[in-house]
Structures are given as structure tokens and as C-alpha cells.
Design a protein around this ligand. Structure first.
Ligand SMILES: [Zn+2]
Ligand SMILES: [Zn+2]
Length: 213
């Protein structure tokens, strides 16, 4: 059984997820902590629960999803794992921060290893399939657990909305194709934990998402 703790961080209101199991092993996914008190909130939660972070994962490398990579690296010695095709997003992040007028952006370290679609990564006994879902970002991936019907989906699909495609290397048709081929083929009961906003389900979005009708 995987437990999921969600934080909402930074002026971008980004969802950071900590996934953990009975053995207290934890993944930190898309740490978006930007302000010192946000990093401390993440740290305190991990301390209080007695967790050992074993992986730092990025669904994609947009600014708001990697704000805390530097902190997590310093605090827990973890290097990020993301898809190779999102390396340009990570490389671009410091200049994007300037563009948005954000002071105090801390550079993310580079990947320890790249995530590959079709592989499974394990949190203890629980496997998560890595799915390639480009369109919002060129190397966007989602983490899918079939037994507990969980999708950690990043900025692909939101409650009644979809990810932006007007950012560098975004592509609308590619995004719609990713959603329909990689998400909508899952059972309707799957819960989607998105990069922004509330959780939703595959069934809810198939039936009511205006962008994919
Ligand atoms: Zn994004
Ligand atoms: Zn985002």
C-alpha cells in the first residue's frame, strides 16, 4: 500500500508528492518548494514520518517542478531522474526563471540516470510503470501503478483541463494523443494526481473534460 502526501508549493501552486510505504521508503516527485518555509515543511514531514527518501523523480523539468531539486539533493543526497528529452527544459530553467522575474532560483543538479518509457520502477514491492506522455513538455513522463490504480501525471491532464502547450517545445496534438493513448486507455477508476489542482479520475475526465471531447 502506497501512501501519498501532497504539498502545494510556490507562486505556481505546484503539487509536490511524497509517496511512501510501510518500510518508510519515500519518493519525492516534482519537488516544487521554492520558499525556505516550503522546503522546511517538506523536511519536517519526512522527519515526522521517519521516512528515508530513496528517489527524486521529475515528471518533467519545467521550472515549477524542479524548484526543490537543489534542496532535495543537498538534504538527502539524491540526484534527479527524468526523461532524457526533458534535459533541454532543465538546461533552460535558469533563463526561464529570469524571464518570469524569479529571484533566487537554485540550479538543479543533472540526472543521475534517465527514465525510460516502458520500464518499471519500484517503491519497495510496488511497481510504477513509466509512460511517455509528451506534448506539454518534450520528455514528459507519468508514473502508473496498476494494482492501486494511481497515476502521477504531472502537467498532462488536470481536473477538467489539460496542460499548456504554448511553452517551448509544447505541442497540442501531441498532448491530446498522449492523453488519449496513454491515460484514457486505463480503467475509469484510476486516480490521477496532477501537477496542479485537485485529484481526478480517468473516468471523470473521459466523460467531462472539455478539451478531450
Ligand atoms: Zn509543466
Ligand atoms: Zn507545472
Amino acid at each position: 500500500m502506497v501512501q501519498i502526501k501532497k504539498f502545494v508549493f510556490s507562486p505556481f501552486q505546484e503539487n509536490t508528492y511524497v509517496l511512501y510505504n510501510e518500510d518508510k521508503e519515500a519518493w519525492i516527485i516534482d519537488p516544487g518548494c521554492f520558499y525556505e518555509e516550503e522546503s522546511q515543511a517538506l523536511k519536517e514531514f519526512i522527519l515526522e514520518e521517519g521516512l528515508t527518501p530513496v528517489k527524486l523523480l521529475n515528471t518533467h523539468c519545467h521550472l515549477d517542478h524542479i524548484f526543490g531539486n537543489n534542496f532535495v539533493h543537498r538534504e538527502y543526497g539524491l540526484l534527479p531522474e527524468y526523461h532524457k528529452l526533458d534535459q533541454p527544459m532543465l538546461d533552460m530553467a535558469p533563463s526561464q526563471a529570469k524571464l518570469y522575474g524569479i529571484d533566487g532560483f537554485q540550479d538543479s543538479p543533472n540526472a543521475e540516470s534517465f527514465l525510460k518509457e516502458g520500464t518499471t520502477i519500484n517503491l519497495g514491492q510496488v511497481g510504477f510503470e513509466v509512460r511517455f506522455v509528451p506534448g506539454h513538455a518534450p520528455g514528459h513522463v507519468a508514473f502508473i501503478n496498476h494494482s492501486e490504480q494511481i497515476v502521477i501525471g504531472g502537467d498532462v491532464l488536470f481536473h477538467h483541463s489539460i496542460g499548456r502547450t504554448d511553452l517551448p517545445f509544447g505541442d497540442y496534438d501531441t498532448l491530446i494523443h498522449s492523453i488519449k493513448s496513454q491515460f484514457y486507455t486505463l480503467a475509469p477508476e484510476f486516480t490521477v494526481y496532477s501537477g496542479h489542482g485537485p485529484e481526478t479520475t480517468i473516468g471523470e475526465e473521459i466523460n467531462n473534460n472539455p478539451f478531450t471531447k
